[in-house]
Design a protein around this ligand. Structure first.
Ligand code: SF4
Length: 464
């Protein structure tokens, strides 16, 4: 490797550039991302003889060889050797690509594993940034951060066939990693793990990772976080004592609440691990999938990043991602890692699979073995239902379990109505809502959960 220091690179590299966004007009090239079918990043622990320390290989065209505005397949392969490195660390080493690429001025990295999305800015390209420099920066950053890495080599791939070929192996490696955590229960451990890696994008967000609730990005399991916290105690992963269980159903723990308050800088006082209502887990922006509440049927819909169409609520994934991310608690929207679907803690407090009323067919197929048999055929996908107006009838026809909730609600409503005193004409009580001021005249967001509003007419006027 000819590059001995980060200062030798054509662009600056440092933590100060983490969080830099590269918008469309500033972009020279997109590597991976939603328009590319093939992309991956993978870290592998190898034997000493299989790693040539400092070697960077570029397979395919380099940044400057593509036309401006190109969107191309992309693969990142990190191979490491170290006497102390165990295979358990692959997941955590792989996840660090996220912040290390973001350290490079003029580069942006989003998402994880099979779904990476990178951009190179026009300025970085003009400065002469090449993929070889990106590889060299990664090697220096990895060695700087992890003294236990004795040898490391990086391969960056833009050739479509090669990305496709390596991606197959990567998918198998992810699956093998996920397999290790299956079967473990949250009740069996006293400690969950926190991850603060995404605070550069979402300053009030941390992930709380438990054996049965994988990280939002889907890249870090409880085992990965444990290995990371052990070998790198000052790194982004840290143990969190569960403390007292305050609500078993919702997954509320005193120790988790304390950490949430601390890391959200007082913005959030608590979270429920197994619910999307009231105090949901915050979402950064790296989530693999989004759950969204559908008040029309009192159910939960889901959509993942692979779904290119419009969900049953009329919104695309990208639109909902804007509502969900940023690290705030967004009641009605929740980002999550798709492996959580395999857990019996999946929306446990909200009704679990009995509350799921719509999901993309691809995701449904993926979760097939984990959806109870008596519900599976009752959950529609984009193949059966595309409009929210058709959903209620469909659920009713299929006798989806959520329908029972409507009956219960109607009974409660009837009871309420019976207990409401009757008023003579002209005596109807008037409730006046307090005035709302919108700072700076910006937009306002109203989220109404479990609300039923009856009105003959609603008039919204701009106050001059
Ligand atoms: S999504 Fe969560 S677990 Fe994944 S890198 Fe970000 S903070 Fe860490």
């Amino acid at each position: 490797m000819s590059v001995k220091s980060l200062k030798d690179l054509p662009v600056e590299v440092g933590v100060v550039y983490e969080g830099e966004r590269i918008r469309g007009p500033d972009m020279y090239i997109e590597l991976g991302g939603p328009k590319s079918d093939y992309k991956f990043e993978l870290a592998l622990v190898k034997d000493e003889k299989d790693v040539e320390d400092g070697k960077v290989s570029v397979v395919g065209k380099d940044i400057g060889d593509f036309d401006e505005g190109s969107r191309v397949p992309f693969g990142v392969l990190i191979e490491v050797y170290g006497k102390e490195i165990e295979k358990d660390l692959e997941g955590i080493l792989e996840r660090r690509v996220h912040d290390f690429i973001n350290y490079i001025h003029g580069m942006m990295h989003l998402n994880q594993r099979y779904d990476i999305w990178c951009r190179v800015s026009k300025d970085a390209k003009s400065s002469g940034l090449k993929l070889e420099d990106v590889g060299a920066a990664l090697i220096l950053l990895y060695k700087q951060e992890y003294s236990f890495i004795d040898k490391i080599q990086i391969t960056l791939i833009t050739d479509e066939q090669e990305v496709k070929k390596h991606r197959e192996g990567a998918l198998k490696a992810y699956e093998a990693r996920d397999e290790r955590i299956r079967g473990m229960k949250d009740e069996e451990v006293d400690v969950f793990y926190g991850c603060s890696l995404c605070q550069s994008f979402a300053p009030n967000h941390i992930c709380i990772v438990s054996p049965q609730r994988i990280s939002l990005c889907g890249a870090l399991s409880w085992l990965d976080c444990r290995a990371s916290a052990k070998i790198d105690p000052d790194g982004p992963n840290f143990p969190v004592e569960k403390g007292e269980c305050l609500d078993e159903m919702k997954g509320e723990f005193s120790g988790i609440n304390e950490v949430i308050e601390e890391y959200s800088h007082g913005s959030n006082e608590k979270i429920y691990m197994y619910s999307m209502f009231d105090y949901p887990h915050t979402s950064c922006g790296c989530f693999e999938a989004i759950a969204f509440y559908l008040p029309e049927v009192d159910g939960i819909g889901m959509v993942d990043r692979n779904f290119k169409g419009t969900a049953v609520n009329g919104l695309k994934f990208s639109t909902m991602a804007g509502q969900t991310g940023g690290g705030e608690q967004s009641v009605g929207f929740l980002g999550f890692g798709v492996l959580w679907m395999q857990s019996d803690k999946f929306f446990k407090a909200d009704g679990g699979w009995n509350r799921i009323v719509w999901m993309p067919s691809y995701l449904k197929e993926k979760a097939k073995d984990h959806i109870p048999g008596d519900v599976y055929d009752k959950i529609p996908t984009e193949k059966e239902i595309t409009e929210i107006g058709d959903l209620k009838n469909y659920l009713q026809e299929k006798n989806h379990p959520v329908v029972a909730r409507w009956v219960e609600e109607e009974e409660v409503e009837e009871e309420k109505e019976e207990s409401i005193p009757a008023y003579e004409a002209g005596e109807v009580p008037v409730v006046t809502a307090p005035a709302m001021t919108v700072p700076g005249g910006g937009g306002i967001k109203l989220i109404l959960i479990n609300a039923k509003i009856y009105a003959d007419k609603v008039i919204i006027k701009k106050v001059e």
